[in-house]
Design a protein around this ligand. Structure first.
Ligand SMILES: [Zn+2]
Length: 326
């Protein structure tokens, strides 16, 4: 077993131990760790960050409402949604969140506006959702299945710097590098001296590593074509590597940022010419060639807690993503 893998495994705590200090902690749940590429094992990119009694959602990719349901988080309880990039895979889950949260269910129903932050264009997303569901809202108001409060959306355009502050929880945005696709934001959440950095689609930039430096937990995207595919068609792989961190670049980002624990999500796995996607073992070993700290290859519904004792991965059931919640 590689040193980094052993270190990561050592960070797994019992649920009881991790939850004992939860009041002063930050909890991060990877809801979806996939990409626009259809994959039944990895839903679209989305992460839930819980701190100070608040539930903050970062990106809202395909299936986010389903994963929140499996994580037993009522849709009505989301305080705010932060979008990093206006590409479809970061926003397609918003439709379900917006439409389903006001419904009268066992989880209760939302009566407050959806609050969302995102790059230029987030107001178009808000207006588009409301237009798309205008007649749904009209009908459900008649049926008393929604309410005037819940069909409103408050959209805020993200800018670099602090964009959200509430009861000791702070969210700062910073620009990250994604080729010609700009602006693209990473977010840093701080609470009680703890910090979590989430960065989606991006490759290396100094601005990224400076803002991520010293974070307790860092969630980072990665793109990989297998060595076999790179050998067969490097032009194909290079196109993606020009704006998404490949394993070597990801290792460099982690080496400069030095989070206490790094986690991979938004994992792009390429296949072509009949050559299959890289295995998780290949992904792990190729990052470990460039980074000697602890890191975890994230999976849907995996959770982590940052508290006074450090960063801990909660026990993970790989089959949970295929089941109704217990
Ligand atoms: Zn993306």
């Amino acid at each position: 077993m590689h040193k980094a893998v052993k270190l990561a495994a050592a960070l797994v705590l019992s649920a009881a131990a991790a939850s004992s200090a939860f009041g002063q902690s930050i909890k991060v749940t990877l809801l979806g760790t996939g990409t626009p590429i259809l994959n039944i094992n990895r839903f679209g990119i989305s992460m839930l960050v819980e701190a100070g009694g608040q539930k903050l959602l970062f990106d809202a990719g395909r299936g986010v409402a389903m994963r929140l349901h499996q994580a037993k988080v009522p849709l009505k309880d989301l305080d705010a949604v932060f979008i990093s990039l206006m590409n479809s895979d970061h926003v397609t889950g918003l439709t379900d969140l917006y439409a389903s949260a006001p419904l009268p269910t066992d989880d209760g129903r939302r009566t407050q506006p959806v609050v969302m932050y995102g790059p230029d264009g987030i107001d178009n997303v808000a207006a588009g959702l409301q237009l798309m569901l205008k007649d749904n809202n009209r009908l459900r108001l008649l049926q008393q299945e929604t309410n005037p409060g819940a069909i409103r959306i408050e959209a805020h355009t993200t800018h670099p710097g602090v964009i959200y502050e509430k009861d000791g929880v702070t969210v700062s945005a910073f620009l990250i590098q994604h080729g010609v696709t700009q602006p693209d934001y990473g977010y840093r959440v701080e609470y009680q001296g703890h910090s979590v950095v989430v960065t989606d689609d991006c490759t290396y930039s100094e601005n990224l590593t400076q803002h991520a430096k010293g974070a307790d937990l860092m969630v980072q995207s990665v793109a990989i074509a297998s060595k076999e595919l790179e050998k067969a068609d490097m032009d194909y792989a290079s196109h993606f590597y020009s704006y998404l961190a490949n394993p070597a670049t990801t290792g460099k980002i982690f080496t400069e940022s030095r989070p206490k624990l790094a986690v991979l999500a938004h994992i792009s796995l390429y296949s072509r010419h009949g050559i299959p996607r890289a295995s998780m073992d290949e992904l792990r070993s190729r990052i470990a060639e460039h980074y000697d700290g602890p890191f975890v290859i994230g999976d849907d519904l995996m959770s982590f807690v940052v508290d006074a004792s450090g960063v801990h991965q909660l026990p993970y059931d790989a089959n949970a993503k295929f089941k109704e919640p217990a």
